[in-house]
Design a protein around this ligand. Structure first.
Ligand SMILES: NC(=O)c1ccc[n+]([C@@H]2O[C@H](COP(=O)([O-])OP(=O)(O)OC[C@H]3O[C@@H](n4cnc5c(N)ncnc54)[C@H](OP(=O)(O)O)[C@@H]3O)[C@@H](O)[C@H]2O)c1
Length: 283
């Protein structure tokens, strides 16, 4: 399976990032196919990575052992339903679309297909993404490993064992980059109020975020322990931490992430809606 033919249906930001990561990690370009609605992005991908491109979703899917669905969630129903006729060889399907349930994919693509739902995030575009994965029972161990390898081209991956946990993944890593952007924004504003220039505050905040993230990843220590180690009693950091704690940062974070997960559920219900036969026949 190491040289499975991969077909990316939709060659936008996420597909391009995964393709770049795969080729840069020596996945043979001749085993990567991409299709797109308009040709501009395909020319660029072909030119830069030497992959194969085309405009026919069905013939790409027919040839592939893995079909990566990388179109926007709003058009997934139309694209997936049209692919149905090209999937009788039961390729592995990987959907990176936020908010599209396995039930809906099954309904649109046809039953019994091995499907992996992947929830990547924006830093994937720099190869430092974090991606949650969930597989349906039709996906074999080999196919799950392959899905993992594909998504690891743009960052780290982890499996969740219930589909509803994808909403928790969205709350932590899917939407998470924006929480850090907001916090950095607030730090920069505060730094400016304390007398730094905007650029100075931005440089310090950005490098500090990077340094703190690397310490969490590379020290093997929990964030709470790292925080304790830099918080001396009666020191400067302690004053800031006490203020955050007293003003309810933890509760606020919990409420924000619950709101995010609830919204993910609602959006998924809307985007993955399978019409009843009455609805389908306009009754
Ligand atoms: N970007 C992220 O950081 C991120 C993070 C998590 C999940 N995702 C998921 O990744 C998926 C793609 O997102 P994206 O940001 O990559 O969007 P995008 O840049 O808009 O890419 C979607 C691509 O699909 C193409 N397309 C539309 N209809 C098509 C069709 N019928 N057949 C073939 N291709 C078609 C579009 O072509 P045109 O060029 O003609 O418009 C576009 O290039 C979404 O489902 C999103 O939820 C993205």
């Amino acid at each position: 399976m190491s040289q499975a033919t991969l077909a990316f249906i939709g060659a936008g930001n996420m597909a391009s990032a995964i393709i770049a990561g795969l080729v840069n990690n020596d996945y043979p370009a001749e085993f990567i196919l991409a299709t797109n609605r308009t040709p501009g992005k395909l020319h660029a991908l072909k030119e830069q990575y030497g992959i194969r491109t085309g405009s026919d979703n069905l013939s790409a899917a027919r040839e592939a052992q893995v079909v990566v669905l990388s179109v926007k969630p709003q058009i997934m129903r139309e694209v997936a339903s049209s692919l149905r006729a090209a999937l009788s060889h039961k390729p592995l399907i990987i959907s990176v679309a936020a908010g599209i349930s396995l039930e809906a994919l099954n309904h649109w693509l046809g039953e019994d297909l091995p499907i992996v739902r992947a929830m990547p995030n924006t830093p994937s575009q720099l190869g430092v993404g974090a991606c949650g994965l969930y597989a349906n029972p039709h996906a074999s161990a080999v196919q799950k490993t392959l899905a993992e390898r594909i998504m690891q081209a743009v960052g780290t991956t982890l499996w969740v064992d219930k589909e509803e946990l994808i909403d928790a993944v969205i709350a932590v890593s899917g939407s998470g980059p924006a929480y850090f952007f907001l916090f950095m924004e607030a730090m920069v504003e505060a730094g400016v109020k304390l007398g730094l220039t905007q650029q100075q505050a931005l440089d310090l905040a950005g490098q500090t975020a990077l340094g703190a993230a690397r310490m969490v990843q590379e020290s093997g220590l929990p964030p709470a322990e790292l925080r304790r180690r830099v918080t001396s009693p009666k020191g400067t950091t302690e004053q800031a931490i006490l203020t955050f704690e007293q003003q309810g940062l933890r509760q606020l974070t919990l409420e924000a992430m619950r709101a995010c997960a609830t919204r993910a559920k609602t959006l998924a219900a809307e985007l993955s809606h399978i019409p009843t036969s009455e609805e389908e026949h306009g009754k």
